[in-house]
Design a protein around this ligand. Structure first.
Ligand code: DQA
Length: 148
């Protein structure tokens, strides 16, 4: 078997609008710049990343359905879907890949409704409030898992 090093980095709704969103909460990077940062973290860790972002929940779900054989693990920031999209949770369960949930902001310190995550119990770990560096933590955790 070849190296298990293929990480699918999935971003959900409104994350393509980074750069226009409140920079005090989400930082100043645009989505493209965030991808570049993540790419750099992955390179340092010797992982291969592929990116996917959509504002359409059905596309997000279908992307999860299609991952079999194409990815070894997932880094996921579903945006607001995190807090209520049970269909995404079910699709993640079907994908059955090691996953780390990431949020740029400290969701647990914000509004009550952001404290719920429908995917959390399916994930190896959740990283919140560390901005773009949170993705490095997520990738490092998955590397550990894939090499175990
Ligand atoms: C987010 C937090 C969510 O509550 C919010 O809806 C987002 C971004 C984050 O990365 O901090 O869109 O997932």
């Amino acid at each position: 078997m070849g190296a298990r090093d293929r990480i699918e980095v999935m971003h959900g709704v409104n994350l393509d609008q980074l750069g226009r969103r409140d920079s005090a909460v989400y930082g100043a990077l645009t989505y493209d710049q965030l991808e570049q940062r993540i790419e750099g973290h992955a390179r340092e860790l010797g992982l291969r990343v592929r990116f996917f972002q959509t504002n359409d929940e059905a596309d997000f779900i279908e992307h999860l359905h299609r991952l079999e054989g194409l990815a070894d693990a997932i880094v996921m920031n579903p945006g607001a879907w995190t807090h209520y999209a049970w269909a995404i949770r079910d699709a993640l369960e079907i994908a059955a890949l090691p996953t780390v949930e990431v949020h740029l902001s400290a969701v647990e310190e914000r509004e009550e409704w952001r404290r719920v995550s429908v995917v959390r119990d399916l994930c190896l770990a959740t990283v919140t409030g560390k901005g773009p560096d949170g993705y490095r933590d997520a990738l490092a955790r998955l590397k550990e898992e894939l090499e175990a």
